[in-house]
Ligand binder design. Structure first.
Ligand code: MD3
Ligand code: FE
Length: 218
């Protein structure tokens, strides 16, 4: 009998208070239906490339649904009530996505009604630099995140940019709620892991990932 290979056992990371990770909360069938709903959002609000204050384009394509959407350009970061390129109001958050986000937040004793859903589209080489989400009016509201497609190596930091970061793998179907003392933590996406998605879907960039973050911005 060989030695037990303890390193083969996977353990879940221990997360700080205010970060609730619901692994596989969205099953494969529901995931497909919710992604189908996103195709309707993309038809009304095509994904586009935001710009930083310098005019440089950010890596990931984004779009929004809900009464407000997060946007950035040479004038800075802010929530706007319409698609900056089409001039059309953002489409509503698809009802079953909104209901699931509200249910997840309520399950964490952080009930809210989102008015904004930011859609992040990661290509295979996509990433997201360490940042805080601080453009919402009241940080007492939680943020809810849904992940689809390939795994992401997510980096969870602390209150200050220089604080250590903890890697957390976010997989297809995972729902994460950020609330309370963790709402203002620095965070980012270090990399996308190829070949880990359970299926392809036209709403997910080839080899990439789709992330939804539900917020209350106003
Ligand atoms: C922890 N999106 O859209 S979702 C973003 O995977 C964003 O696309 C990432 O950061 C993504 O702003 C991360 C998980 C997440 C979102 C907000 C948080 C984790 C958070 C706010 C505070 C702490
Ligand atoms: Fe963020």
């Amino acid at each position: 009998m060989g030695a037990i290979q303890h390193d083969l056992f996977q353990t879940e990371p221990v997360l700080p208070a205010g970060i609730s990770l619901m692994r596989g909360r969205i099953d494969l069938e529901d995931g497909r239906a919710l992604l189908d709903d996103m195709l309707g959002v993309f038809a009304a609000a095509p994904p586009y490339r935001l710009r930083m204050k310098t005019g440089a384009y950010v890596i990931n394509q984004m779009t929004n649904c809900g009464s407000l959407g997060w946007h950035s350009d040479e004038r800075g970061y802010r929530y706007v009530d319409r698609h900056p390129e089409t001039g059309t109001p953002w489409p509503p958050i698809p009802p079953r996505l909104k209901a699931l986000a509200m249910q997840a937040a309520a399950a964490c004793a952080a009930p809210f009604v989102p008015d904004a859903c930011l859609v992040n589209l990661y290509a295979e080489e996509g990433k997201l630099n360490l940042h805080q989400d601080h453009d919402e009016k009241d940080f007492a509201w939680p943020i809810v995140s849904f992940s689809f497609g390939n795994d992401a190596i997510f980096a969870l930091g602390g209150a200050r940019r220089r604080d250590p970061v903890q890697p957390v793998t976010l997989r297809h179907g995972d729902v994460m709620v950020m609330h309370g003392e963790s709402r203002m933590r620095f965070h980012g996406v270090k990399k996308i892991v190829p070949g880990t998605a359970p299926f392809d879907h036209p709403a997910i960039p080839a080899g990439g990932r789709l992330n939804l973050t539900f917020r209350r911005a106003a």
